[in-house]
Write a protein that binds this ligand. Structure first.
Ligand SMILES: O=C(O)c1cc(=O)[nH]c(=O)n1[C@@H]1O[C@H](COP(=O)(O)O)[C@@H](O)[C@H]1O
Length: 231
């Protein structure tokens, strides 16, 4: 199993509430993810706040733009010293290659660069409405192949695709899977879901888990329960 597979998704609009939780967490037990909500509200300062507490940070801004713009955006993420960042695979091969090239100057200090395939909130019906007439797993496979061709480190997908992608793209190609739902927790807006232990068994390298921890009556207890269910 990957060292420290749990990535806690901190989707908070209140900085103090987020820091209160972070201060109770152990960087040996999990890594943290900051996304569009917190980065828009609190900017690079929240990245420093988290780094100063000893956590690896996944900066989840899912860049999707012309190649030049995305290349500059991922360089900016690298300047912040984050552990991982992401772009949308549907931005295409040239965009992904430009992003990868932009990180070359950072050598072994470059963040892991991964691409989002099909959002875990989407199902086959939603893809059809976009004119994509294949099932989610087939479209994920297609986008993951493009991501590997661009030389990225891995993809964001649902754990339902993990075993297929692991067998196809190999051990080194990292699978980061949101849509993780421990038994008895609410799916919310997520469609392609799996439990933490099943996701790891299927080949996921990292589990992105937000509301099942952050919205739990006792977030620390919820995290510990997940941690012990997979170790
Ligand atoms: O890139 C992501 O992290 C991501 C991709 C995806 O396909 N689905 C997805 O849910 N996410 C993120 O993962 C987190 C999931 O949170 P919960 O649904 O609360 O566990 C959110 O912060 C999403 O922005």
């Amino acid at each position: 199993m990957t060292n420290k597979p749990i990535l806690v998704a901190l989707d908070y609009n209140n900085r103090n509430e987020a820091l209160e939780l972070i201060d109770k967490l152990d960087p040996e037990m999990c890594r943290l993810k900051v996304g569009k909500e917190m980065f828009t509200l609190f900017g690079p300062q929240i990245v420093s706040d988290i780094h100063s507490r000893g956590f690896d940070l996944f900066l989840d801004l899912k860049f999707h733009d012309i190649p030049n713009t995305v290349a500059k955006a991922v360089s900016s993420a690298a300047e912040l010293g984050v552990w991982m960042t992401n772009i949308h695979a549907s931005g295409g091969l040239a965009m992904m290659e430009a992003a990868k090239r932009a990180l070359e100057q950072y050598g072994d200090k470059a963040p892991l660069l991964i691409a989002v395939t099909v959002l875990t909130s989407m199902n086959d019906d939603e893809l059809r409405m976009l004119g994509i007439n294949v099932c989610a797993s087939e479209h994920v496979l297609r986008l993951a192949a493009l991501t590997q061709q661009a030389g990225l480190d891995g993809v964001v997908c649902s754990a339902q695709e993990s075993s297929l992608l692991k067998s196809k793209f190999g051990e080194d190609f990292k699978l980061i899977t949101p849509g993780i739902r421990p038994l008895g927790t609410d799916n919310g807006d997520q469609h392609r879901v799996m439990t933490p232990s099943k996701a790891l068994a299927a080949g996921s390298d990292y589990l992105v888990i937000g509301r099942p921890i952050t919205q739990a009556a006792d977030p620390l207890k919820a995290l510990h329960a997940i941690y012990h269910s997979i170790t």
